[in-house]
Design a protein around this ligand. Structure first.
Ligand code: FES
Length: 349
């Protein structure tokens, strides 16, 4: 199939675009993050400048592109198809500050119980809306009284029009009680996001990763791993997931499947309470102890962890003692115990 090469002049990155394909789709498929929102030529978020080469628009000049824009060399990456090799000038998404935070409604399209105390919600955005986020980020659900509840996005960013959340029931928590007992499929929620600084760093892609989740802290790690797999990123991943019991590891089969299918993914689960259902390979104890039991020297790893503050705080201290450079330790810490799950920290430390 005929292909054209596109070079981003500011970064020197290049990627290939198939004949008849638009620039945005090709860039995202190859892991080059360009900004976008509507993907249908109406919002202008993906506008960039052609430094050399020509593009065509298959259906009509898109709405968000004035004639003067075209005359000045601007193009909409979500619509433009190269007809020759191109040099373009565009803003690349390299950090969360590059992504626009928006408020939008979403409809519950699926609600299922993954464990006695964990519900999975699938939420669909309105037809013309897309949510651009970095795998690992979270979203705020806006509730009455100006309050908000934060939940990590468990789905892969490529889904765009749909997001998945894993919600743990909190005893006495008004909001999670409402989600478990009253929220129905087809209900509408108001969301704001994406939020947070928890995402996979690409500045040292040769470093293997430890990913560690506690309870529903698995959610952002799932998004990260699915995104890495989608981009065929074969960095070594050592995933650890801990809970009180095996039953609380509500999607245990999924990381098992990743580990079976992909040589570069390793998975171990951990339970903190005696559990006769635990297999021989399950670590008995706290999940960070499982990491240290397997990797006494952590100096060569990037570490990503997500879960309750007590887990994060203990693990952070001990991992640093075991050699992780503090600036290669990234975490998302959230408080289950409160009705409002306050994000305590969401940044490298
Ligand atoms: Fe909206 Fe391209 S993403 S115009």
């Amino acid at each position: 199939m005929k292909q054209f090469e596109v070079t981003i002049v500011s970064s020197g990155k290049t990627f290939k675009v198939n004949k008849g394909e638009n620039i945005l789709v090709a860039a995202l498929r190859q892991g080059v993050m360009l900004p976008y929102s509507c993907k249908n030529g109406t919002c202008g978020s993906c506008k960039g400048k052609l430094e050399s080469g020509e593009v065509r628009y298959p259906f009509h000049p898109p709405l968000a592109l004035e004639n003067e824009d075209i005359a000045e060399g601007f193009a909409l990456m979500c619509q433009a198809e190269p007809v020759e090799d191109l040099e373009i000038r565009v803003r690349e998404i390299e950090a969360v500050r590059d992504i626009q935070v928006r408020m939008f409604p979403a409809r519950v399209v699926e609600k299922d119980l993954l464990a006695d105390n964990v519900v999975r919600l699938r939420l669909k955005l309105p037809a013309a809306q897309r949510l651009q986020f970095l795998a690992g980020q979270y979203i705020d659900i806006l509730v009455s009284g100006g309050k908000r509840r934060a939940f990590s996005i468990a789905s892969c960013p490529s889904l765009e029009n749909e997001i998945e959340l894993h919600i743990r029931h909190v005893d006495g928590g008004d909001f999670t009680g409402y989600v478990f007992d009253e929220l129905q499929v087809k209900d509408i929620m108001r969301l704001e996001g994406p939020q947070g600084n928890f995402f996979v760093r690409n500045d040292q892609p040769e470093r293997p990763m430890i990913m560690m989740g506690g309870g529903t802290g698995f959610a952002p790690l799932k998004s990260m791993i699915e995104n890495l797999l989608e981009h065929d990123d074969r960095r070594e991943i050592h995933l650890y997931w801990g809970a009180r019991s095996v039953a609380e590891l509500y999607l245990d089969q999924l990381p098992r499947m990743w580990a079976t299918r992909h040589d570069h993914i390793h998975y171990r689960n951990a339970v903190s309470e005696p559990d006769e259902n635990a297999g021989a390979e399950t670590f008995q104890g706290l999940v960070h102890e499982a990491v240290i039991a397997d990797h006494d020297d952590l100096s060569g790893f990037d570490v990503y962890m997500s879960g309750p503050p007590a887990m994060i705080e203990t693990a952070r201290r001990e991992f640093i003692e075991h050699g992780v450079p503090a600036d290669r330790l990234f975490y998302d810490s959230f408080e289950f115990g409160l009705d409002v799950p306050v994000r305590v920290l969401a940044k490298p430390h």
